[in-house]
Design a protein around this ligand. Structure first.
Ligand code: NAP
Length: 260
């Protein structure tokens, strides 16, 4: 049984790779930075004895190439973790349209395409689990990260619909919803989260990976990482959308732009 994890060269994806290897799964790790993937491969193989392969590739270029790589190597993927993603902090009007397009291509288009290719084989096997990395952002609009929040809402909507469609085929679909987590994400997003996120309610990549594995083991539809965030989302979901957006506008305005 092999698990394919995108965005496995750092952060939450790397930790999920470690967790699946500890369970005895072989791995295919996908991300762009080959040096990091290579180090992770040898570290995990030495620690666990599973087979770890990697594909250093920008999955926005042609997601089908990842499927082809699996076919060429006779890898049958039983768990697909669509985890690669990034955000961008700042006002939409001041943002870079090419960065927004790339974000949609990665967070949504590549995720949809990879899911489409791999579920056909999973259907034949009557077994498969898709884990999509959403976010607490999946549950609300996010001023100052408008495109990112919208991409994560897409992930939740798409995944829940598929979960319903695929349940008779033996394929499970779950969404991991990390809260603000210490990782390279915030560097890429050009944002520095507020004191409260960074210090009081700080989440780690280990926390997120543990939540992901519990969700996987129990076949939950989605899992929000961290009790304070579970409570916050429960409130948010009962608020009128305009009020929720205003609250999020205030919260997000406390994030500092790192550059520019
Ligand atoms: P991260 O350390 O920046 O991880 C992002 C991963 O995606 C890296 O491995 C990166 O590797 C890969 N990636 C980026 N662009 C890619 C591309 N075009 N093709 C292939 N791989 C690509 O951040 P993280 O926190 O672990 O984020 C993982 C997921 O969690 C993302 O979907 C993010 O939206 C979500 N999330 C994060 C937070 C948070 O606060 N950290 C909160 C909620 C949700 P390369 O650079 O080597 O390609």
């Amino acid at each position: 049984m092999r698990v394919l994890i995108t965005g496995a060269s750092s952060g939450i994806g790397e930790k999920m790779a470690e967790r699946f290897a500890e369970k005895g799964y072989d791995l295919l790790l996908v991300a762009r930075r080959e040096n990091l993937l290579k180090d992770i491969k040898y570290r995990i193989e030495n620690a666990t004895g599973v087979n770890v392969d990697y594909m250093a590739y920008d999955i926005t270029e042609n997601p089908y190439a990842v499927y082809e790589y699996c076919k060429d190597n006779r890898y049958r993927i039983s768990v697909l973790v669509n985890n690669a993603g990034f955000g961008d902090y700042g006002k939409f009007i001041d943002g870079d349209i090419d960065k927004f397009k790339k974000m949609i291509d990665l967070n949504n288009k590549a995720l949809v395409e990879l899911t489409y290719y791999f579920i056909k084989d999973m259907k034949d096997d009557h077994y498969g689990h898709i884990i999509n990395t959403g976010s607490v952002a999946s549950f609300m609009p996010g001023p100052y990260m408008a495109v990112y929040y919208a991409t994560k809402a897409f992930v939740m909507s798409f995944s829940m619909a598929l979960r319903e469609e695929l349940k008779k085929d033996g394929i499970k679909v779950s969404v991991l919803c990390p809260a603000p987590t210490k990782s390279e994400f915030w560097e890429t997003a050009n944002g520095e989260t507020s004191f409260v996120y960074k210090n009081i309610f700080a989440r780690t990549t280990d926390n997120a990976a543990d939540t992901a594995m519990k969700m996987f083991d129990e076949n939950k539809a989605y899992a929000i990482d961290g009790l304070p965030y579970k409570i916050a989302i429960a409130f948010v979901r009962h608020m009128p959308i305009e009020m929720c957006t205003r609250v999020m506008g205030f919260v997000q305005s406390k994030t500092k732009k790192k550059r520019g």
